[in-house]
Design a protein around this ligand. Sequence first.
Ligand code: HMG
Ligand code: MG
Length: 331
Amino acid sequence: MTAVQKSVPKPVPRPLPMPVGEPGLPRAVRIWEVGPRDGLQNEATVVPTPVKAAFVSRLLDAGLPVVEATSFVHPRWVPQLADAEALMTDLLAELQEEAVGLPVLVPNEKGLDRALALGLRHVAVFGSATETFARRNLNRGLAEQWAMFAPVVGRARDAGVAVRGYLSMCFGDPWEGPVPVDQVVSAGLRLLELGVDELSLGDTIGVGTPGHVSALVRAFQRAGVGPERLALHFHDTYGQALANVLAGLRAGVTTFDASAGGLGGCPYAASATGNLATEDLVWMLTGLGIEHGVDLDRLVATSAWMAGHLGRPSPSAVVRALAGTGEGGDG
Ligand code: HMG
Ligand code: MG
């Protein structure tokens, strides 16, 4: 071997961001994975139950600490998740205790009954900050949605079941336009008063921008709700999701919802596109030196595998960069 050949550097296996922190950011964050629920609820293709179960298992194996598995909603409203019982039964058989703690959406007591009948211990109610979306998504006005949730949260808490509260349309609403910060704070307080453990603020149609995120988190703080009780749930319709996460981190929020491969949307808000891709979030957190516990290679392989099942490439920039075409394969 010649001296020239010896000096040729070995290629790195794949690029990685160089961790460079920023003072004042949290040391660690919790990623709340919503791909199997928010992602698959909006797919034209109905994914077979065993594929969904493998998706959830693979996401857990990739180190995601929370994987929201499905919804116990009316099957006519969300046919893509009509197999909620079958999916959770499979997951309980495979994962046992680990499956018991997987969060599932329940809009009402009927949904809660279905989750409790399987022995599940973590549920989420999902309300709206706006009247129009409450009617479109839950067939209820604002006042009726709180009345519907009250017994759900009360009974879940009495049974020692953890309850998350989602609030949609926290930045803008396709029918009502921009949503005032004060309106969002009062709706969020209603959910917290019902007794939910944490509040996830949803930018359902992805119109939020960083200054708006900071203002909303600050407004909650002024109302007595610190960032440790909040999660941020961004859809990436206008490419603002990562910038919005950074604003959230700077405001002290440590829980972020994201969807593997950037799958997602909301069947009752036509302008809602994919969620923030978990891979893109992981890449940025790694670069900021913030702990997240996720194995990016395993996650990318999982999203590429799921893209193969859905028959379309992942919209995630990181999945595309790291998995070549993103057209799938066995991962
Ligand atoms: P409704 O038609 O008003 O229901 O729908 P109802 O209470 O009048 O009952 C009618 C029938 O539905 C009855 O049956 C009930 O038993 C049955 P019947 O007596 O006629 O035979 N029923 C149910 N069946 C199964 N499971 C249930 C259930 N509840 C009633 N849970 C309802 C009201 C809330 C059920 C309906 O509007 C619904 O299912 N909505 C779900 C919409 C949804 O899942 N949207 C997506 C999730 S939200 C989201 O994606 C946003 C988020 O990601 C955050 C963000 O991005 O902003 C979380
Ligand atoms: Mg959503």
